[in-house]
Design a protein around this ligand. Structure first.
Ligand SMILES: Nc1ncnc2c1ncn2[C@@H]1O[C@H](COP(=O)(O)OP(=O)(O)OP(=O)(O)O)[C@@H](O)[C@H]1O
Ligand SMILES: O=C(O)[C@H](O)[C@@H](O)[C@H](O)[C@H](O)CO
Length: 200
């Protein structure tokens, strides 16, 4: 085999529970054609049972889950498929595990007011994560370090603006069917930390 692998992009939309990771990651997938995955769906039953019971996961609960997610991204990379994953990725050490998957992982941190996020979680009725777990997630959250590839977006923005901002700031390419329709979020809401990447 002499052929080179196609370059791929691997985006992780991170943040505390209720920050809007699923909403934004799914939207980025729809706009760009990147393969979307929901990290919640990779949890073993025991983890889901803990969260349903209102018990925060600990590191030991999360390591195998994070390794599975890294493997999923690595497998897609091997197929030449770019991905967008909704995953809390709350600590630097968790993100380090995700970075062990494909060659590059870029993060979109949805960050903002605890009150706003709590309010959204309280209104959400179709999810096992209760708003009570938000404090435990905020307590361990570690923001992106300067050497980590990624951007921070403000959760108060509407979903379509967050999706458009993520796509624009990461330099992703909207799928052909969406070109000309993507709205680009205002740069005053954005912190760009890694400008050199190009989408496949
Ligand atoms: N930018 C937004 N503006 C208004 N409502 C939003 C926004 N983003 C998400 N929501 C709503 O807030 C709730 C939480 O969003 P979502 O499920 O995407 O968050 P999450 O980070 O994936 O949560 P979890 O980690 O618990 O799965 C949902 O009801 C969703 O419809
Ligand atoms: O790190 C964690 O504690 C878990 O990932 C949770 O955050 C959930 O998976 C998710 O955010 C809830 O939907």
């Amino acid at each position: 085999m002499t052929g080179e692998r196609r370059p791929t992009r691997h985006i992780v939309v991170m943040g505390v529970s209720g920050a809007g990771k699923t909403t934004v990651a799914r939207g980025v997938g729809e706009l760009t054609g990147l393969r979307f995955a929901e990290a919640d769906e990779f949890h073993p039953e025991a983890n889901v049972a803990r969260m349903r019971a209102g018990i925060p996961l600990d590191d030991a609960d999360r390591w195998p889950w994070l390794r599975d997610l890294a493997s999923w991204m690595a497998a897609r990379h091997a197929e030449g498929v770019s991905t967008v994953l909704a995953c809390s990725a709350l600590k630097r050490s968790y993100r380090d595990v995700l970075r062990q998957g494909p060659p590059d992982v870029e993060f979109v941190h949805l960050d903002g007011s605890a009150e706003l996020i709590r309010d959204r979680m309280t209104r959400r009725t179709d999810h096992y994560m209760s708003a009570d777990l938000l404090d435990s997630q905020r307590a361990i959250l570690e923001h992106l370090d300067p050497d980590e590839s990624g951007i921070v977006l403000e959760v108060a923005l509407p979903p379509d603006e967050l999706v458009a901002a993520a796509v624009a700031r990461l330099g992703l390419v909207p799928a052909a069917s969406h070109r000309g329709h993507a709205r680009v979020g205002s740069s005053r809401h954005l912190v760009r930390r890694d400008a050199e990447k190009q989408g496949p």
